[in-house]
Structure formats: C-alpha cells, structure tokens
Design a protein around this ligand. Structure first.
Ligand code: SAH
Ligand code: SF4
Length: 336
C-alpha cells in the first residue's frame, strides 16, 4: 500500500486513542484480507549449538554458561507427532546456526521423517540461520516450504553495532541468504528486533519499508529483551523501558498489516516475555500466527535467547480463532 516514510513514522508514534484506532484499522484489514483465522506452528527448538556470536543472544557461541544440547531424532519426531495429533498444521524447526555437513544431512532426514509420519500433512518451517544455496535447496527438496531469517535490523550501521565484526556476521551475507531462499521457492519470512539500543523510530520505519520492498511472505518481529551475560546487555545503554518496546512492537505489527495486508505475521514469544497477554495483544494488533513451544521440557531452560522467556503457552489465546489442521500458508505467496 502506498504509505510514505513520513506517514509510517507518524503511525509509529501513535498514542492513546490514535493508537487504539491504528490497532483497530489493522485488525479490520486483517479480517478483510487474510480473515479471522489464527494459524499455529509448533515450535521445536532443535539445538542451542551455534557458530555465531550475535551480541544480543543468550546462546551465542562464547556464552560458556549454556548447557549445549541437540535434540535426538526421537525427540524431534515425538514433538512433531504431538503437533500433528494436536492438529497444529505446521511445525517450525529452529536452532543455532550450524553448517557442518553432518548437521545438514540430519536436518534433511528429519524433514523427510516428519513428512512421512504425518502423511505429508504437517507443514515445515525452518529457522536455522544462514546456509548455502545448496543446503537451502536440499532442505526444500526434502519437504520444508517456509524459512524464517530475520534481518534483525535493515540499517547496515545498526546491524554492525549488534554483531561482531569478525567476517561471520555480515549484513550483505544475510541479504544473500534471503535472496537464495526466495530463489529456492520457499515462503520467506524475515523480521527485526524492536527497541535495540541506538534504534530510532526512523530505523523502524525503514525496517517496514525493507519488508515491503523485499516483498516478504511472512514476518516475525518482537521486542529486544536483554539477556544476561551478553555483550549488548552488559554494555548498558538503555534502550528504553520494556513496556515501550512492547507497545512499539504492537505498532510495528499494525503498520506492517496496513502496508502488506496479505502476509502472515506472527505474534512472537518475546511479546509474551514482557506481558502474559503478549501474544493475544499481538493478534489484537493484526498478527495471525502463533508459535506454541513444543520443545521437550527437559531442554527448554537451555534455549534461552533472552531473560524471562516464557516456557509455555496460555491456551486461552489459542481457543478463539485457531484454524486447526491446515498449513495456513501466506496468502501473498499463493497469489505470487
Ligand atoms: N539462529 C537462527 C534462529 C534462532 S535465533 C537465527 O539467528 O536466525 C531466532 C531469533 O531470536 C533471532 O533472529 C533474534 O531476532 C531473536 N533473538 C535473539 N536474541 C534476542 C534477544 N535478546 N531479544 C529478542 N530477540 C532475540
Ligand atoms: Fe546464533 Fe541465532 Fe543467537 Fe545469532 S541469534 S547467536 S545466529 S542463535
């Protein structure tokens, strides 16, 4: 839709009655384009082993206090079976970035086995970081059809502030990966963290324009939440109160819904870390996807990207409009 940068910035500053009107407009647009349904993706946190060192993330490589785990084949398949029996429609396999050939082969096998155990019914989304085009193709051919890779911030200078300058965290490489995913035929999701130190409302407006210009199919964005023992949290430099980051996330969801009415937008877990009603409020701002965590309990505490990460879903949210047993693909992707 034809909103200018100035109009977007203005909407991102909405307060009080104006904010309520913005959220109401966004939910009306959602209803008239993608409908009232909320789609579920059972989130399986496959592994907290990661080769990267993102300055904000609790499972970054150099955090020696983390107990590293990788789920076994049976644990993944049990979780997927649970999702299938619960008629979630889709699962997300998410984890740290690992590029070892053995890992790549294991993921391909898991994708095939999840497809087989569900008679091809479970949709599979991956969120496993930057990989080669060949790896993306292998996983796509194995049966995955959506991929989430957040740009984190679309402003290269801000991206550089929140990642180490070691050659492994390059903005252009992130762009390359997003491009390869699209070329390989995935539904592509991206997103950003909201409320980063040094981030302005202009940066956030540019993030939304980036998503529009990149013509994404899905978005998952959430508040930045400090994580103990990470360089970004240790550096201080207040990014402002959590409550404001929460409200800004609602504004971002609402404005994105106005800009791109027919994409899938997730109400993310990090919203829930700030407010017990977080995901519900995300739906009330125009989101239409929720990712209940179905990671086995034994390892859940070890996949801690940020402080206060909620361990389970409030079922009330789910009851209202959930569309069970369907993939809930991005309408935008279908039209393409
Ligand atoms: N390793 C993969 C997927 C797992 S991390 C990747 O990085 O793409 C998934 C997301 O968690 C990241 O994209 C990041 O946006 C988010 N995240 C990490 N640390 C966070 C923090 N402190 N606050 C909020 N979100 C965070
Ligand atoms: Fe690894 Fe992803 Fe965390 Fe970065 S954000 S350290 S890539 S898990």
């Amino acid at each position: 839709m034809g909103y200018s940068r100035a109009e977007i910035i203005e909407m991102l500053c909405a307060e009080g009655a104006e904010l309520d009107a913005l959220l109401a407009r966004a939910t009306a647009v959602r209803r008239d384009t993608v409908g009232e349904s909320v789609y579920l993706r059972g989130l399986i946190e496959y592994s907290n082993v990661c080769r990267k060192n993102c300055l904000y993330c609790g499972i970054r490589r150099d955090n020696r206090t983390v107990d590293r785990y990788t789920l076994t084949r049976d644990e993944v398949l049990d979780a997927a079976r649970h999702a299938w029996i619960s008629r979630y429609g889709s699962v997300v396999l998410q984890g740290g970035e690992v590029t070892a050939p053995q890992h790549i082969g294991t993921i391909a096998s898991l994708i095939r086995e999840i497809k087989a155990l569900s008679n091809g019914e479970l949709g599979i989304t991956l969120s496993l970081g930057e990989q080669s085009a060949d790896t993306y193709r292998l996983w796509r051919e194995a049966g995955a059809h959506r991929y989430l890779l957040r740009i984190e911030s679309s402003t290269p200078s801000l991206y550089a502030r929140i990642h180490p300058a070691d050659g492994l965290h390059r903005y252009n490489e992130r762009l390359r990966a997003l491009h390869d995913l699209r070329a390989t035929g995935y539904q592509v999701g991206t997103g950003v963290m909201i409320g980063l130190p040094g981030q302005s409302v202009e940066h956030l407006a540019d993030d939304l324009l980036f998503m529009r210009d990149t013509d994404i199919d899905m978005c998952g964005m959430g508040p930045y939440v400090e994580c103990d023992r990470t360089p970004l949290a240790d550096a201080g430099g207040s990014p402002g109160p959590l409550a404001e980051r929460f409200t800004m996330t609602l504004r971002m969801i609402a404005v994105l819904r106005l800009l791109m009415p027919d994409i899938n937008i997730a109400a993310t877990t990090a919203l829930q870390a700030i407010d017990p009603e977080g995901r519900l409020r995300g739906i009330g701002a125009g989101a239409n996807v929720i990712m209940p965590n179905i990671t086995p309990d034994a390892v859940r505490g070890s996949y801690r990207l940020y402080n206060g990460k909620p361990l389970s879903l409030d079922s009330r949210v789910i009851e209202r409009c959930v569309a069970y047993g369907v993939w809930g693909d991005s309408l935008r992707f279908k039209k393409r």
